[in-house]
Structure formats: structure tokens, C-alpha cells
Design a protein around this ligand. Sequence first.
Ligand code: N01
Length: 529
Amino acid sequence: MRQLDAVVVGAGFAGLYMLHRLRGLGLSARVFEAGDGIGGTWYWNRYPGARCDVESMDYSYSFSEALQQEWQWTERYAAQPEILKYINHVADRFDLRRDVQCSTRVTSAVFDEAAGRWTIETDRGDQVSARFCVMATGCLSSAQAPTFPGLEGFQGRWYHTGRWPHEGVDFTGQRVGVIGTGSSAIQSIPIIAAQAAHLYVFQRTPNYSIPAHNAPLDRDFERRVKAEYGEFRRQARESRVGFVMERNDVSALAVPREQREGEYEKRWSRGGLGFSATFADLLTSQEANDTAAEFFRAKIRSLVRDPAVADLLTPRDYPLGTKRLCVDTNYYATFNRDNVTLIDLRKTPIEAISPHGLRTSEREYAVDSLVFAIGFDAMTGALLGIDIRGRAGQPLRDKWAAGPRTYLGLTVAGFPNLFMITGPGSPSVLSNMIVSIEQHVDWIAGCMTYLREHGQATIEAEAGAEETWVTHVNEVGHLTLYPRANSWYMGANVPGKPRIFMPYIGGVGTYRQICDEVAAKGYTGFTLQ
Ligand code: N01
């Protein structure tokens, strides 16, 4: 069996940077990637309009000053093809490809207690032994398969936004149905509507979406950032969400109505995710949140001509921001088009896919193509898709049967030398992913160095430390309004999945301090052997 220092699962932003750091430590490593190419999220999600909702100058690696100086983004928010080009550029620039094996899905990772090593197997028949196993499998990589009855008999074409064909899809002249109204749908609907003969949007829950106001990247802004990129990155690392957004310490309820509306209006015109930081308590006080939600509702009414459609597009049963805020270009205005129809699945649920369309409890809609924008088995799906077994053969699937349990979102008790990058229990999806990825990879690399310098073979989270961390993650989560929504953060979008608020909401800066302190004190909460 091939012997390696480390196996990394996944060649997205996380896996590639991990490989770069492992090389720097002089460790032998192999990256296995299920896709036919590198890029992770940005390899798979090629649906029309796919674009990052964190600004380009923030959503990029910071580990190389030369890289961040030489790369030029074209837009305020980069589109999927540009981000994929960037990742490929990074892979070439740092000569990463020779240790990446694509088109290879890791099927199992089993800890051999006697040897103190992991045995990793793939669907291509690889079997390797590694001291460290690093899961860089992504938080939103396990696409939810559509399970609607009758789909197998559908005579048209169907697509999942998270598994989009590489050659693209031209919907010109077609009748198209989009199922779902999350971020992926909200980005693709305006573009599909402009192509299709008719677009039917099947909505279960309306979302809060804010305009992106995307534009070519302001070159003056770029120059200013690049002149002091180090400081810009430092602030991002210490921030709450991994990029600097204007914060306001004041409660929404502490200011007069006109002033409050003025603040919301200012944020709305600026666009993007900063809206939820308009006031200090939007995500902790229902009453404060109601004022922001009310502002949104008025916006939707002003943007959508038909009051009944506007009403249907208006979220009511969960606080703003507790499902991921969406960022759009022309989403609401798209519903003013004559060729777009919105269908309320709460009133008329989908009964089946028929050979030529989709049948709700009310009627049949004839379509040529169906687009499932139904999301992911988030945060745990990709990890539990692999048969991971720790000490005494314990399956991770068993250990996490009632929800994920981790120490720092990085490690699991009973699974020595196994690391997760942006795992559940870390800020991950509540942050700029690149900042969180770099922090985790650097921490893991630091940990491996420590083990080497101290002559230790393995590191393993202690059960007590894990328990304390899980409790802390839960407690902090429940100080906010997040648990009130049926969101994928809560596992609510996957039937049967335990309802746990999975990410850590204590803030990226605070979380980094906690991780650094654990390391500085000789890895408190871990057993080293
Ligand atoms: O998935 P989602 P997504 N029948 O889970 C509906 C990131 N992202 O791919 O809300 C009918 O958000 C479901 O309805 P409901 C971002 O973090 C970022 O859009 O469960 N409908 C919902 O409307 C984002 O949050 C970017 O009632 C069904 C939709 O499908 C995350 O990825 C862009 C259904 C799924 O929405 C996931 O986004 C894209 C069913 N059986 C994604 N099952 C940017 O950076 C599900 N739905 C901008």
C-alpha cells in the first residue's frame, strides 16, 4: 500500500491550499478530487448567473503577497468562470496539480489503531495509508438529489444548479420550470427568464434578497486595497464574518423611524450582505428584525407590479437573515415579465413530475426543461458520504447520528489525526469562506509542525473538550434568531436530518483567538501521543 504523510480529500480552495502548506512542511501528500477538474464549488456550480456574493478583493487567497498583487479581478463580485480561472491559475502558479488526482471519489477512511494511520480507499481502487487525513470536502458540495415521484419518466431535460453541464444550457424558446427560490435560483431565474419562452418558478418559501449592484471593479479601489493589502486582510481576519462591513453599535429600536429607514435605504443602495449589519441587534432581537423585514416588504411591493405576486414573494414566517440572505441582479423585477409565472407550493404542493411537465395539487404545467435549485445536504453531507471510521471502528455516521459533534469544528474525539477544514462547529458558512479556510489550514499546518517538534505521533480531541465546544456552539447559536428559521444551517432542508444549528456564530475574529490560544497552550483539549 502506498505510504503518505497526508491525504487531502477535495481540491477546492481548501484542499489546494492545504496541499501547498503540506509541501512547505516537506510532507508527502495526495489530493483526491471527485470532480474531473479542480475548483470544488466553483467547478460544479456553473448555473446561469453563478457569482460570489462576497466581493472579489475579499474573496481570494491572502497567503501569497505576489499572488494577491498580480491577480486582477474584473468585477465587484466575481462570476463563477472568473473564480474557476483564478483557482486554476493558483494551481499552476504553485505547481499543485502533480499531487492532485481528479475523477476519484474517496469512499472510505478507516483508522488503524495499531499502526496509528489512516487507510483511505477510492472508487478507482486506490488504497493508501496516511498519517494524517484532511477533509477539505466543502460545506455545500453534496447536492440534494431530486426525489419527486415520476422524475424518471420525464421526457424533457432536467438539471441541478449544483451539477450544471459544462457546455452550458440554452433555454431559448423553451418552457422551463425552476424549483426552489434560494440563492442559486435567485441568481439564475433572471437569466433563464430572459431566454425562455415561459418560466414557471415553483416557490416553497420566499427569500429575502438584496441587490448586488455589481459593476466593473473600481480600479481606484483596487489600487488602494493593493497598496495596503496586508492591513486589509488583517482587518478581515479579525472581523466577525471574514470581511469588513460597516457595523453599527446602535439598536434598530433606539433611533426614530425616519432615521432607521434612511439607514436601511443607504444599505439597500450600497447592496450586498452588509444589510444585516445595519443595526447591532437585527439578528438577536425579533422586534428589531421586524423593522428591517418591514422595509424589505415595502421594497418588494415597490419593485413588483402585481400586488398578489409581490405578496407571494414576501417572506413572513422567519426573521430576515436567519436563512442565508440572497444577493441578486434583477430578481424581483423579473416577476414583472409576461413570460414569468410564480407558483406557491405551500398552497399547491408538487404531486409528481409527469412525462411532459410538473403536476401540483392544482394543475399540470407543461415544460421542456426542469431546473432543480433545491440546495445541498449542507455541512455534514459530504463528510458523511464517506465511510469514516475512527477508534474501534466507530463510524462517524453513528457518532453524528443526532447531529455533528466536533472540537472547534476541526477535529472529532475518537478520530485521531483527522482534520476537517471549515467543519460544523466552526464559522465556515457564516463567513467569507476563504478567510476561514486559510485560518483552518494554517492551524492544521501549525499543529503538524508542533507534533513533529515534540516527537508526537497523534493528536486527538478529548471527549470533554468536544462536549464543552458543542455546548458552547449551541448556546451562542441560541442567543440569536437563527434557530427560528427552517434553514439549511439547521439541517431543516433535508428530511430526517437532525435539527441543530451547525455553524459557530461567535465570529471569525473571536474564533481565531480561541484556536490560537488552544495551540499556544500546547493544544488544550487534545491528547497528544
Ligand atoms: O439552496 P437553498 P441554494 N420542493 O437550500 C427549495 C450558497 N450559495 O443552492 O426554503 C420544493 O438555499 C427550498 O425551499 P425551502 C449560499 O450559502 C451562494 O440556493 O426549503 N422546494 C429553497 O427555496 C446558499 O444559501 C451563492 O422551503 C424545495 C431552495 O429549494 C447556499 O449556497 C449562490 C424542495 C433551496 O435553496 C445554498 O443555496 C448560490 C422541495 N422538495 C448558493 N427542496 C452566492 O455566493 C428544496 N426546495 C451568491
